[in-house]
Ligand binder design. Structure first.
Ligand code: IMP
Ligand code: MG
Length: 183
């Protein structure tokens, strides 16, 4: 694993999460906020983020899986998901009238977050916004943006800090690059 190039160090991640948490604390000053993490990738980011947020906060998880080939370093179109996203675990309580921050590891094509945004907005939350650790805008297929972005990264397949390749590398403390065939 040490042969995988570091893209973002653990110090950079920690510093940026402190900034995001400060921003969220300011934006939701005095309010209750429910953070909803997308399993499994966002679990590490969510647990670090909520411990820095100074708000009356709670959290829950939601699970999805996408049909098609699993994501990997070979990011040619044939490798991408077919765009069908399926719910594997729903949130435990209604989000009606709550301030909700959906927390995801990475915004890539936008298929996952578009699906989840539509689903969660149907609960009629009071306020809804999206926080992602990483954003890969060059691969977007659907027009969706996050309200809070940790880092904007180039079109490379990354692992670590919750992100996996075939379920491996989630426990790396930094973000590393898996060399692939993508440009
Ligand atoms: P989207 O639906 O294409 O936006 O993809 C989002 C999901 O794809 C993320 O939640 C990740 O699980 C996965 N994904 C996309 N890019 C990467 C990557 O570079 N490394 C690991 N997982 C990724
Ligand atoms: Mg994910």
């Amino acid at each position: 694993m040490n042969d995988l190039r570091i893209l973002i160090s653990r110090e950079q991640i920690a510093a940026r999460i402190a900034e995001l948490a400060q921003q969220i604390t300011k934006d939701f000053h005095g309010e209750q906020v429910l953070f909803v993490g997308v399993l499994k990738g966002a679990a590490v980011f969510l647990t670090d983020l909520i411990r820095q947020v100074q708000l009356d906060a709670s959290y829950d998880f939601i699970g999805v899986s996408s049909y098609g080939n699993p994501r990997g370093p070979k990011q040619e179109s044939i490798w991408d998901s077919t765009g069908e996203v399926r719910l594997t675990k729903d949130v435990e309580h209604s989000l009606r009238d709550k301030n909700v921050v959906l927390v995801e590891d990475i915004l890539d094509t936008g298929l996952t977050l578009s699906f989840l945004k539509r689903l969660l907005l149907s609960h009629q939350p009071r306020r809804f916004c999206v926080a992602v650790l990483l954003d890969k805008p060059s691969r977007r297929k659907l027009a969706i943006n996050a309200d809070y972005v940790g880092f904007t990264i180039p079109d490379e397949f990354v692992v670590g800090y919750g992100l996996d390749y075939a379920e491996k590398y989630r426990n790396l403390p930094e973000i590393r690059v898996i060399p692939g065939v993508a440009p």
